[in-house]
Design a protein around this ligand. Sequence first.
Ligand code: UTP
Length: 343
Amino acid sequence: MKKSDFTAVVPVAGAGTRLRPHTYTYPKVLLTVGNKPIIGHILDDLAAAGIKKICMVTGYLGDKIKTYVSSAYPGLDVDYVEQPEPKGLGHAIWMTRSRVTGPMLVMLGDTILSADLSKFLGGREDCIAVKEVPDPRRFGVVEVKNGYISAMVEKPEKPRTNLAIVGIYSFRNSSQLYGSLQRLVDSGTTTRGEIQFTDAMAMMVRRGHRIKPVKIEGWYDCGKPETLLETNRFILGRGAGGTMRHSVPKASGTLIVPPVYIAPGAEVRDSIIGPHVSVGPGCRIERSIISDSIINEEAQVSDINLAGSLIGPSAVVLGRRYKLNVGENSEVIFGTGDIAPGT
Ligand code: UTP
């Protein structure tokens, strides 16, 4: 079986509610991390692994995703399937049943991995990525016996292990997987109101199907503001030379603290930028100090100190500038004054 035989199924139909307000107007996968949208990093990883066919499940704001993918990746063979309502990850994968035959690699649209994909594409066994996490209750959790998964449960209240399922799955025979998903759909079986992918795989395991857990370390979630910023730190940190910086005019009076990405066409002056800041195209930043933040395209930021911030496209954030005329021995204290020097 060659890598190019695999179809990568990438579900991106979810509404991304945990990333509101950004996802009111942008699908989650188009939010920027590092130097490009989340989905761009995933498509780069798939192409680098030798995947030739991609089937994307779109729904919420799907047209925006299609427009981005066709303009940024014109050479990629992407087939789109519509999931009319986000009824769960299992349902999203089930929607692709008439489009995918043969081996399948499922990659979640909001997860960036730093892992060798050939582990999932080589060999003869079905496998899923797992990672030991301190609190596995918000994940699918697996139990392992003799090197294979013996049980799996979606978001258990009392997890029996700390091995969480983390967003990459490979199946040599997709028709077996579709068979299990079909049974869940036919019987209306849901967990927490959704048709769960974990339930379909658990059914396969109960019927004696062998799935190997593959431990990975480099797993970066983009589902919540704090994990999006963490993933941004990782992507910027792995950038060439630690800094992905472009076209900041020399006379801008700006100090760059790497790693930082400043897109071509962004204007930055009289500021301190970094570490871990991504600035999108067309942004205008002046007289500001920014660290650990993502400033999306065309945003305007002035006179402010920002850290741990997500600024949406075309947003305007104007801080304060003070004009003071203060004499010797005066004290000027903004705030309550209870930490004034000398008191
Ligand atoms: P998530 O549950 O993390 O994404 O699904 P979500 O539903 O968009 O986010 P929240 O919980 O509302 O914040 C993981 C991946 O599966 C896709 C999502 O788009 C995401 O890429 N998905 C999920 C679907 O395609 N369809 C679904 O019904 C559910």
